[in-house]
Design a protein around this ligand. Sequence first.
Ligand SMILES: [Zn+2]
Length: 411
Amino acid sequence: MTAPDPTAPDPAAASFGRLWAELEPVGRDPVSGGYRRFAWTWEDRVLREWFAACAAARGLAVVTDRAGNQWAWWGDPDAAGAGAGAGVVVGSHLDSVPDGGAFDGPLGVVSAFAALDTLRADGFAPARPIGVVRFGDEEGARFGVACAGSRLLTGALAPSRALALRDGDGVTMAEAMRLARFTPDDVGRDCAALRRVGVFVELHIEQGRGLADLGRPVAVGSAVWPHGRWRFDLAGEANHAGTTRLADRSDPMLDLAAAIAAARTLAQRHGVLATCGKVRVEPNGVNAIPSRASGWLDARGASADAVRAMVTDFTAALPPTGSLTQESWTDATTFDAGLVARLAALLDDAPVLATGAGHDAGVLASAGVPAAMLFVRNPTGVSHSPAEHASRDDCLRGVHALAAVIRDLAG
Ligand SMILES: [Zn+2]
């Protein structure tokens, strides 16, 4: 094998740059610079069409599964003789949290197409079908359930529950799907789509400083911590801010503040992470004592028992007028050990890191699909923020790592 000419232009750089520039303006808030790409919105539709156009430009056949996730196939995973689990699949998601960064999700999809372009430029002839997937509604920003697309696909999320979820304006997921011209009637576990996947590798920006601290550009993901979301509701009594004596008030805002502070104290005590990043106050008027306040607790950690214990103590700390509802729970997910070791060896003994962030790769792994992840260095570790960043050089290292993985698994 001849060594690559270091002065030759890198086809991955051109491909990555073009794809990145196409996506960059979609759903970007001009003031914050953050992204607002929520499930089943106009922005989501633009992203859906972008994905289909990328596939079409490469002659890939696009299949939309029963959950609305898109799959672009190089080679036919349903061909006679292909067998179950024929496909080597890469990809990620394109939706964002409110004011999210540019990299969380899109880096995996853009890198997947760029890796395919690189392999084709090299004349690679795959022995197995290769798929690029775009999972829908990964962040759960609009309807509150993370990884809704992959969970519906695997059956981990019941269609009846998902379709009845409401966004902040009271619109159900079913209504939002219809408005986006996707019929919700057939939403549910898609065995045919799952059967095509033999292995799934999701490339993602690292959401922490593990790689920056190690001085390495790319890692292999080993596991996703157990994590969950809970809503806590605190009842009070609406009244006038100017005429109600302090002693006569039943003010749920005070209980909300105490609960948020308690979450932090209890997280420290149990050695887990806890966050209250969303609250809702009714009626939310400056001069009105609220009638009701709700907060959302996100808790996760290396130990499921520790997370559960923290939530139990948090529940006990709520006032008698308060209640706690679990909205989601995901056990610890360990990625396929053989696959993780194989990828780490292939990628120059890449570091192997666990993560506290949930991912579609974790949902697929829980459903029995051999899965793993690649993480690309994030110098500050900041994520779910407009400040999220990876250098272009590291992004291209990620593309080449993903291309090497595809070559290894599909060659
Ligand atoms: Zn993500």
